[in-house]
Write a protein that binds this ligand. Structure first.
Ligand SMILES: *Cc1c(COP(=O)(O)O)cnc(C)c1O
Length: 464
């Protein structure tokens, strides 16, 4: 399988190099040069398989030619072995013909584990085969850091350094990062803001010498391997409600567009999807785009669903590339406009193509609390604020009630206990795997907001 950049100028690469590269050298994102497809009988045969078997089948065409090709089944089994629900991603009925897909049974209680647990293993195996090592550095306001740490802990070929701003992550989020015991995991508490952390990470990547010396890498959501691993649960869920012999619809609470784009990939591969419903909080750049055809940046406001507090959805570029007939020049042109004018307008034909599959709905914090309360009153089931945004979008979309509707439940309610308690009066209990989170020992190093100090710390602590 060969991969091309959405901006058309970077070299075509195979899977292993795409995994390690992350971003393409022309600033674009890697996508497969052509979509592999499944026939009806191949999809039907996924029903009744366990999650890791579906994962191996769905990912197999993407790793042809990779060192992962031979033992992909073993990798998938290992990736999902420690998930706490035996179904890995169980479906829970919410209303007639409407289900939640619970994507919060991994180690950090949010859907990012479903990709990162597999991607951590992929990094380790590909690096071993090449005899290379990498150093992952990242900044987090709390959400992605813990999933990345859980994915990379105890991996021989990887050292990971995650910067978080002192006093500005929730205690649950901080403890999920700082209580992980592994000698290749380094938590750095920076005496500054999240923006300071991000700027420090950017500055490390911008220092060409340091970057090469340390083999710096990132595991952010622009990495193709993460999208690929997320495609799995679209097939997994859809075949349980009648696909491929009937159409299904998905509602997805969305920030960076990585999750819902993985759904679009499943549709490219043959899954019959009538509609992708995108849920946004007050940071509604996507909903505004669907309504107007213009993608326009605005400032970020904090909400009850912080993992969707974004200004721009970077993975949308992959959708754009497809809608523009894989014209990398056209994509690069639009992204340049965004950089210069904070806005671009998608050409009419491409916009119409996108609207054939996508619609968007927004929900503010008051609405989010109301949905959490209503679902609890109707069903006795607690949902987290991100999932609530998805449930609202699903209901607002008014799709044909004969079409099975699947809403992605992206986080466990106990990950956002204050919002859930505020809405319902009930404090969600931690799953047993994390019951002792508040009694575990925290380990982190506090450093000043100073590039040289941080670089020196990384240099001293990477394993040789
Ligand atoms: C990351 C995240 C999202 C947004 O997913 P994208 O792939 O960025 O669109 C939604 N909900 C939760 C809980 C998340 O952690």
């Amino acid at each position: 399988m060969r991969y091309v950049s959405t901006r058309g100028l970077a070299p075509k690469l195979g899977f292993d190099d795409v995994l390690l590269a992350g971003l393409a050298t022309d600033g674009g994102l890697y996508v497969p040069a052509a979509w592999p497809t499944f026939g009806e009988s191949e999809m039907a045969a996924m029903e009744g398989l366990d999650y890791s078997s579906v994962a191996a089948r769905v990912m197999a065409p993407y790793v042809v030619g990779s060192v992962l090709e031979k033992d992909l089944s073993a990798l998938a089994e290992e990736a999902y072995a420690l998930f706490t629900h035996k179904a890995v991603a169980p479906l829970t009925p919410l209303a007639a013909n409407h289900w939640l897909v619970e994507l919060f049974h991994g180690p950090t209680l949010a859907f990012k584990d479903y990709a990162l647990q597999a991607v951590g293993l992929m990094f380790d195996r590909v690096l071993h085969a090449k005899g290379h090592r990498i150093t992952i550095v990242g900044a987090t306001s709390g959400d992605t850091g813990s999933a990345a740490i859980e994915a990379c802990k105890n991996k021989d070929a990887v050292d990971i350094f995650i910067l978080h701003p002192a006093g500005r992550t929730s205690e649950v989020q901080r403890r999920q990062m700082t209580t992980v015991e592994a000698k290749n995991v380094h938590n750095i508490e920076v005496t500054g803001t999240f923006d300071d952390c991000q700027n420090l990470v950017k500055a490390m990547f911008a220092d060409e010498g340091f970057r090469r010396q340390m083999n710096l890498s990132a595991v952010n959501s622009i990495n193709w391997a993460r999208i690929m691993a997320q495609v799995v649960y679209y097939f997994w869920a859809a075949v349980q409600v009648g696909a491929p012999y009937r159409q299904v619809a998905f509602s997805v609470p969305t920030g960076n567009f990585g999750n819902v784009f993985a759904g679009r990939v499943a549709a490219h591969m043959g899954l019959p999807v009538s509609q992708f419903i995108v849920g946004s909080n007050r940071n509604d750049v996507l909903t505004r785009y669907f309504e107007t055809g213009a993608m326009t940046m605005e400032g970020v406001v904090p909400t009850l669903s912080p993992s969707m507090d974004i200004q721009i959805s970077s993975n949308f570029e992959r959708l754009l590339f497809g809608a523009l007939g894989q014209d990398g020049d056209a994509v690069a042109h639009l992204l340049k406009q965004l950089q210069q004018n904070r806005t671009y307008t998608v050409p009419h034909a491409a916009h119409a193509d996108i609207l054939r599959y996508f619609t968007g709905h927004r929900l503010d914090d008051a609405g989010t609390a109301r949905v959490i309360r209503d679902i609890y009153a109707e069903t006795g089931y607690l949902i987290d604020p991100h999932t609530a945004v998805g449930v609202h979008a699903a209901r607002a979309s008014q799709i044909d009630s004969a079409i099975p509707l699947l809403t992605m439940a992206t986080a466990h309610p106990a990950k956002f206990p204050d919002a859930v308690e505020m809405a319902t009066g009930v404090r969600p209990a931690f799953p047993s795997s994390l019951k002792d989170l508040f009694s575990r020992t925290e380990r982190f190093t506090t450093l000043d907001t100073d590039l040289d100090t941080i670089k020196a710390f990384v240099r001293e602590n990477v394993r040789k």
